[in-house]
Design a protein around this ligand. Structure first.
Ligand SMILES: C[S@@+](CC[C@H](N)C(=O)[O-])C[C@H]1O[C@@H](n2cnc3c(N)ncnc32)[C@H](O)[C@@H]1O
Length: 278
């Protein structure tokens, strides 16, 4: 069985059976024969209204969303392991989505779609209410510089929208290697979710679920993992009230929380702190 690190575009498609690696860790799955490839790119998003998830996948299945998916490693692995779930993974950067879709296509993953979109737009405007079983967010950009905190995706109103899109028993999974961001995420997430710190490595991927987690583990960086279920009975309206309260508290206590209206969404600075790559 062929093994190669990162296949270059110029070499043409990798041969059937290829197992790719990054940082010495195999990327889930292997390249199938071309007749089994599929299309995992979601290129057209509705200008108004929600994505029709059932139509997108041609079936009704629970949905897993990966926001800021980078090169898609987590979603590739989950889509391979959990065929009965559909997966929608999104990132702001077209280049990482190109790597992700190529791998999804070559693994024949009909239960996986990748799209280029701002995660905040995806969650706020494009996902229907109570349609998501799990929402994952691995190593969102921490925007650690002075005055950059407003660019962060995990904010109180974002979490209120996560409450809107999750099924009542759904799951929110978030992790970061940035202490300050983790401090803020925890304070915010505990308002909306029964939120637990999950210090151990993920049993399904002890060497790391995502590219950034693998990198951080290999560099000996701390990794903060959290999982949460929506608080019993919490409604979207209640979540919005909590988000407003947190935002007011955040500006006093400097927990990096600002209301979306204070952000410059249309001019979001491109991310700079991720070792992006194939
Ligand atoms: C540190 S990387 C982590 C990537 C991947 N989740 C991982 O753990 O390897 C952060 C990713 O978030 C993406 N990103 C930053 N801001 C975003 C936003 N507003 N919406 C969607 N993706 C975003 C970046 O393009 C980058 O791929």
């Amino acid at each position: 069985m062929a093994k190669r690190p990162n296949h270059s575009h110029d070499q043409g498609p990798p041969p059937e059976g290829t197992i790719e690696q990054e940082f010495g860790v195999p990327i889930p799955g292997k390249v199938l024969a071309p007749e089994l490839w599929c299309q995992t790119a979601l290129k057209k998003l509705p200008p108004l209204g929600f994505i029709d998830i059932d139509a997108l996948f041609g079936r009704q299945a629970p949905l897993i969303v990966d926001v800021g998916c980078g090169n898609g490693r987590y979603s590739l692995g989950s889509a391979l392991d959990r065929r009965e779930f559909d997966h929608l993974a999104a990132d702001l950067l077209p280049v990482v989505i190109r790597y992700a879709t190529r791998r999804g296509n070559q693994r024949g993953l009909t239960n996986l779609k990748f799209c280029v979109v701002d995660g905040e737009r995806l969650v706020t405007q494009l996902l229907p209410a109570a349609r998501v079983r799990e929402l994952h967010c691995y190593h969102p950009q921490p925007y650690p510089g002075p005055g950059e905190g407003h660019g962060r995706m995990i904010q109180p109103f974002f979490l209120a929208e996560v409450i809107r899109v999750l099924e009542p028993e759904g799951l929110f999974v978030v992790q970061t290697d940035n202490d300050r961001y983790w401090h803020d995420i925890r304070i915010m997430a505990e308002e909306f979710f029964d939120f637990q710190h999950h210090p151990a490595r993920w049993p399904d991927a002890p060497r790391g679920r995502s590219r950034r987690e693998i990198y951080a583990l290999q560099k000996g960086m701390p990794i903060y993992r959290g999982i949460g279920k929506p608080k019993a009975g919490i409604t979207y309206e209640e979540a919005l009230i909590r988000a407003g309260n947190l935002t007011r508290r955040g500006s006093k206590e400097k927990i990096g929380a600002v209301a979306p209206s204070a952000k410059q969404d249309s001019t979001r600075t491109p991310p700079r702190h991720c070792p992006d790559g194939p």
